[in-house]
Design a protein around this ligand. Structure first.
Ligand SMILES: *[C@@H]1O[C@H](CO)[C@@H](O)[C@H](O)[C@H]1NC(C)=O
Ligand SMILES: *[C@@H]1O[C@H](CO)[C@@H](O)[C@H](O)[C@H]1NC(C)=O
Ligand SMILES: *[C@@H]1O[C@H](CO)[C@@H](O)[C@H](O)[C@H]1NC(C)=O
Ligand SMILES: *[C@@H]1O[C@H](CO)[C@@H](O)[C@H](O)[C@H]1NC(C)=O
Ligand SMILES: *[C@@H]1O[C@H](CO)[C@@H](O)[C@H](O)[C@H]1NC(C)=O
Ligand SMILES: *[C@@H]1O[C@H](CO)[C@@H](O)[C@H](O)[C@H]1NC(C)=O
Length: 161
């Protein structure tokens, strides 16, 4: 029920006089930490499994919320899958992830390109929401290497007011 109300509110906002802001991603010093990355491929496809965290920063514009989420899913090129929030923060942050299609590199290893997107209501203005999206290349380490850590720097930041 709450989801339905929220969706209606968002649709109302976008169909009326919503203004869309695009923030230059390189104007922010902001990234997400991926920890516990595990990924592998079988004949049926590739999976991923990791935690991702972002820190709260109230001095940057837009201010960013603290979050930690667990993401897991399957299939290069599959649609976004919802990650589970692990934190207890009182924000509505939604985190989704998906594997982008990748190529076999020249040395025969296969890169794993993970894309993450975060959506949250502006920390000061409840009628504005933000959507941050970024991707990073790691690799399918299931049989060859321990769990990996790396960062994802959002490359697209959109706000809707
Ligand atoms: C994610 O974090 C939770 C809680 O901190 C931890 O229990 C879990 O093992 C972590 N998972 C991964 C894939 O790192
Ligand atoms: C918060 O953002 C400001 C402005 O980008 C930056 O100077 C500062 O280092 C950031 N603080 C943290 C804790 O990341
Ligand atoms: C994979 O290779 C194709 C053809 O060379 C290229 O067009 C595509 O951009 C590559 N994709 C990635 C993710 O590198
Ligand atoms: C294979 O190539 C990729 C990039 O082209 C590199 O990141 C990786 O370390 C290489 N792996 C090995 C085992 O040499
Ligand atoms: C952010 O926007 C993109 C493009 O519209 C969308 O595909 C993605 O689902 C959004 N992210 C979230 C977490 O809703
Ligand atoms: C990855 O980050 C986690 C949490 O910060 C840390 O406990 C772990 O030792 C790191 N692993 C590697 C391989 O650096």
């Amino acid at each position: 029920m709450r989801a339905g109300i929220l969706l209606t509110a968002l649709m109302g906002a976008s169909s009326a006089s919503a203004s869309v802001m695009r923030i230059a991603a390189d104007s922010m010093e902001y990234d997400w930490a991926v920890t516990g990355w595990s990924a592998g491929c079988a004949r049926s496809g590739c999976y991923y499994d990791f935690n991702v965290t972002g820190v709260q920063n109230l001095t940057q514009r837009p201010a960013t919320p603290a979050f930690k989420a667990y993401c897991s899913g399957f299939g290069e090129g599959a649609p976004y899958r919802l990650c589970d929030r692990l934190d207890e923060e009182d924000t509505d942050a939604i985190v989704v992830a998906k594997l982008l299609p990748s190529n076999i590199t020249a040395n025969g290893t296969r890169s794993a390109i993970i894309q993450v997107s975060l959506k949250y209501t502006d920390l000061e203005t409840p009628t504005t929401w933000w959507n941050f999206t970024g991707h990073a290349a790691s690799f399918y380490n299931q049989f060859s290497a321990p769990l990996q850590n790396f960062t994802i720097t959002p490359s697209e930041i959109i706000g809707v007011a």
